[in-house]
Design a binder for this molecule. Sequence first.
Ligand code: 5GP
Ligand code: MG
Ligand code: MG
Length: 179
Amino acid sequence: MLSDIQEILYDEEQIRHKVIEMGRQLSRDFKDRNPLVICILKGAFIFMADLVKAMDIPLEIDFMAVSSYGASTKSSGVVKIVKDLDVPVEGRDVLIVEDIIDSGLTLSYLIDVLERRNAKSVTVATLFDKPSGRTVELEADYVGYTLPDAFVVGYGLDYAEKYRNLPFIGILKPEVYNR
Ligand code: 5GP
Ligand code: MG
Ligand code: MG
């Protein structure tokens, strides 16, 4: 596992501090709004858990799983909802919790879906952002770290479903893709 990592970008301790800082800011901004916090599975599951623990306000959580059809490593923009929300979003202040934004296609689709369902507001918090990968115009409201254009794993993010359990975020060795 560890030997497959080329470089650790942010370790467990650094991420912990960043997520607590984001949680505190979100607590201030969503005070008295009872937000519906939506975790985008599977990648955001660890971030979501740590983030809501750092939010000391009333909130509700739900989960959505999406899959992107087509080309392997890059998002095709044709997004399929694999698991939908259990509750209606109409009139709710929605906070989408995402692991990483690359092209922006997945999130722009999801934002559109939630707006069409008449959410009162849709806000995006992402732990990682790769702005150089954008093919659509999209800016997250809250960003933890801006990353270079590399494929990263750990802290929930996978390569072929592996590496999600690494406590840090790191760049995968290119040879792992080519085996
Ligand atoms: P987008 O639609 O913005 O291109 O892709 C977003 C999704 O692609 C993310 O939620 C994540 O699941 C996946 N993704 C994008 N970049 C990376 C990356 O560097 N590492 C991993 N593991 N997944 C990524
Ligand atoms: Mg994701
Ligand atoms: Mg993935």
